[in-house]
Every structure is written in structure tokens, then in C-alpha cells.
Design a protein. Structure first.
Length: 221
């Protein structure tokens, strides 16, 4: 007996000339209809560049980050206690640092200045600490916070997210904020001892500020 015959005996129905037939009663359940697929011809127009001289401008501006967060507010189910809100009411008031070096850090990062990474990594090791040889805070997160004009637990939670796109915990936000403040202190000391670097950064910052001002004037005109 062939393998094909053995398999056909294991099923109640079989395919005969395109019909699905009950092998015991001969009842026809349905018919297979096969048609050749013919794709339709569609014409799509390609987008063309604007001819009026106006170009769209996209800016990655750390100033745009706000405390309310980049994502939708979490909805706490009825009857569930928000532990983060409870913990926020305990202990001393959170410390807020007005980061006047934010625009200079932004320029240094865009220019790829190595000394900036040195201070960030140093702050992660010194302030953030390590656990089993792994940094407790991400250098990328600390660098991003160093470019904020206001550094606090709330501002950190508004821009730093976990892998599940949730705000980091209060304790982790505090670690990142402390590491960023530590890095800012080192950067401030470095720039005070290297006035030529500070002058170069100030030139770039002033140029960006004047360019943004002229751009706003053109858009409102």
C-alpha cells in the first residue's frame, strides 16, 4: 500500500477532481475554484519639490521637552494606589538645578567633542556607581539630561523612558539627575580652565540664537 493511500485513509474527506467528498457517504462538501491572479495597474504620482522657495525645517531642540511628558499620561485603575505619587509627598522637596550650560553642552555634543563624553562617563562611574560591573545609569541618559535647561527628578522622568516606554522610577530618575549634576560641575570647571574652548562654544551658541531669532521673524512676517 502506497504512502498516499495510507494518508487518505486517515481523513474523512478526500479531494476528487476539485470536489471535497465524504469518503464514507459520498456527500460533496464543496468545490475548489482556482483563478489566475492578475494584478491591477495603478499609477502613482511622485511628490515634487516645492517651487515657492519655502523649505520645511525640522529641529531637535531640547527646549521643547516639557514636564508633562512626551507620551500620554498613565491611567491609574480605580482602587489602585499610585505609589509614585505617595512617595513624591514624602521626604524633602526635590532639588532643581538651573543648567545655564545647557546650550554649550548641546553644541559640544553636536561637534563630537571627546572631553564631554569623558565627563559624562566619569559622572556615571563616580555618582551613579556600578552593580556587578555594570553602570547603574546610562551615559546616553545622563548626556541627554545634561542638555536640559532644568534638571530635576520630574524633568528626568519627562524625557527618559524605560524599554516599555514608561517613565523611569523615582529612584532611577534621582540617580540620573545626580549624575548629570555631577557631570555639569566637571564641565563647568573644565570650561573655566579652558577659555579658548568656552569662547568657541559661545560663538556657536550666539550664532544659533541669532539664526533662530531671524527664522522666527521670517515666519511671522
Amino acid at each position: 500500500m502506497s504512502k498516499r493511500l495510507q494518508l487518505s485513509q486517515q481523513f474523512r474527506t478526500s479531494n476528487i477532481d476539485g470536489f471535497r467528498v465524504d469518503q464514507d457517504t459520498g456527500e460533496v462538501y464543496g468545490e475548489y475554484i482556482a483563478t489566475q491572479y492578475t494584478p491591477t495597474q495603478e499609477a502613482y504620482e511622485l511628490s515634487r519639490a516645492s517651487t515657492d522657495g519655502v523649505q520645511e525645517l525640522y529641529l531637535l531642540d531640547p527646549d521643547s521637552h516639557v514636564v508633562v511628558g512626551d507620551f500620554e499620561t498613565r491611567v491609574i485603575p480605580i482602587g489602585v494606589i499610585d505609589l509614585d505619587a505617595v512617595r513624591a509627598k514624602r521626604g524633602p522637596k526635590p532639588k532643581v538645578l538651573v543648567n545655564t550650560l545647557a546650550p554649550y553642552v548641546q553644541v559640544a555634543h553636536s561637534e563630537g567633542m571627546q572631553w564631554l563624553d569623558d565627563f559624562v562617563y566619569g559622572a556615571c562611574y563616580t555618582s551613579g556607581g556600578t552593580s556587578n560591573g555594570t553602570l547603574n545609569v546610562s551615559p546616553a541618559d545622563v548626556l541627554r539630561v545634561c542638555m536640559l535647561h532644568i534638571i530635576s527628578t520630574e524633568t528626568v522622568r519627562s524625557v527618559i523612558r524605560t524599554r516599555s516606554f514608561e517613565p523611569v522610577s523615582e529612584s532611577q530618575a534621582r540617580r540620573i539627575a545626580n549624575a548629570a549634576k555631577f557631570a555639569i560641575g566637571g564641565i563647568d570647571l573644565y570650561l573655566s580652565r579652558n577659555p579658548e574652548v568656552m569662547d568657541a562654544l559661545r560663538y556657536e551658541v550666539d550664532f544659533i540664537a541669532s539664526y533662530r531669532a531671524s527664522l522666527v521673524e521670517d515666519m511671522t512676517a
